[in-house]
Design a protein around this ligand. Structure first.
Ligand code: COA
Ligand code: MG
Length: 301
């Protein structure tokens, strides 16, 4: 039995932009964009007849223009006929992570971990997993647990509601009423194994209001960020999955209070008439660390 591990965000993943690997104009645009993470996609965004040229274009592009953000490559499923060639190209491009689509069971993680090990992929290349089929949802806790224990490469889940909608018949209407239980189940599984978790794309990229509402919902459900399809979604995602100034100030006050010599040995203190425990200190430290990461990212040229 393992216990749940604490969720310590070490990177910002507020805005996770998907870029089709065969779209030269979109590839060229990436370096001007403020996404925390870019997923270069070889899977659903690339038509079957373009798979080979997309793979080559991506490797060429990344060798010359590495963006100043987290770099993830989404490969085709390992059983698809493209998976092995995609993995070989991905490892050569040395991304921060490889995103596996349609992960349905722990075996899918194990197979990718084995392949990476056998092909001497450095440990620094992490794995992400799309949770986007009925079976992946049914097995989500086991997938998270395997990813954490088996070679430990799994860092992050991304929810895929377009595929899930297709497979289940449950559409993502505004408010996502019937999807919320599944989204929360995924969140629980991720947190139980210390993984980050990214909310699904919002297809209607001209609907700024609808997008903002869904960002707020994702944030309130505990998600770290949102998968995006269009540059216009980056700014709002960074804002909604960022930090609120008032909350950061409160966090800094909690940290300062526990730093006082008179509070050194205390588990619980009175801060302006409110009970504050050491668990709140942990939360405050995480929030302050996130605020620092956001400041640092803003300061970049
Ligand atoms: N990444 C980087 N740049 C993008 C982009 C993306 N995902 N989506 C659009 N852009 C660029 C366009 O190239 C265009 O720049 P340009 O004028 O220099 O060419 C600019 O942003 C404005 O784009 P716009 O005209 O509004 O949209 P479009 O018709 O070019 O593209 C989509 C619309 C939906 C086809 C495109 O956004 C897209 O392919 N998104 C990603 C889809 C995807 O990855 N799906 C799989 C995961 S769900
Ligand atoms: Mg999908």
């Amino acid at each position: 039995m393992t216990t749940a591990i604490d969720h310590h965000p070490t990177r910002l993943r507020r805005s996770v932009l998907c870029v089709p690997a065969d779209n030269a104009r979109a590839l060229a645009k990436v370096r001007q964009l403020a996404a925390d993470t870019v997923i270069f996609d070889l899977e659903d965004a690339v038509a079957l007849e373009h798979k080979g040229e997309a793979r080559e274009a991506l490797v060429r592009h990344l060798s010359k223009h590495r963006p100043d953000c987290e770099v993830v490559i989404r490969v085709n499923a390992l059983g698809s006929g493209f998976g092995q060639m995609d993995l070989t190209a991905a490892v050569a491009a040395s991304p921060d992570a490889i995103l596996l689509p349609k992960v349905e069971s722990p075996v899918d993680i194990q197979t990718a971990v084995d392949w990476l090990g056998e092909n001497d992929a450095p440990e620094s290349i992490r794995l992400w997993a799309m949770i986007e089929t009925p079976r992946s949802l049914l097995n989500v806790a086991a997938i998270a647990e395997t990813g954490r224990t088996f070679g430990g490469r799994l860092d992050c889940f991304v929810v895929g509601l377009n595929d899930l909608g297709k497979e289940t018949g449950v559409p993502a209407h505004p408010g996502r009423a019937y999807l919320v239980p599944w989204l929360m189940q995924i969140l629980l599984a991720a947190r139980g194994s210390g993984l980050d978790v990214i909310d699904a794309v919002f297809n209607d990229f001209r609907d700024a209001e609808g997008f903002a509402a869904e960002c707020r919902q994702g944030r309130d459900m505990g998600y770290d960020g949102k998968m995006l399809i269009h540059p216009a979604q980056i700014g709002p995602a960074n804002e909604h999955f960022g930090v609120e100034q008032a909350a950061v100030e409160e966090a800094r006050a909690i940290i300062a209070a526990f730093d006082l010599p008179e509070n050194a040995g205390k588990g619980v203190i009175n801060l302006h008439g409110r009970m504050v425990e050491r668990l709140h200190l942990d939360q405050a430290l995480k929030l302050a660390a996130k605020a620092d990461m956001i400041e640092k990212r803003k300061a970049k040229p």
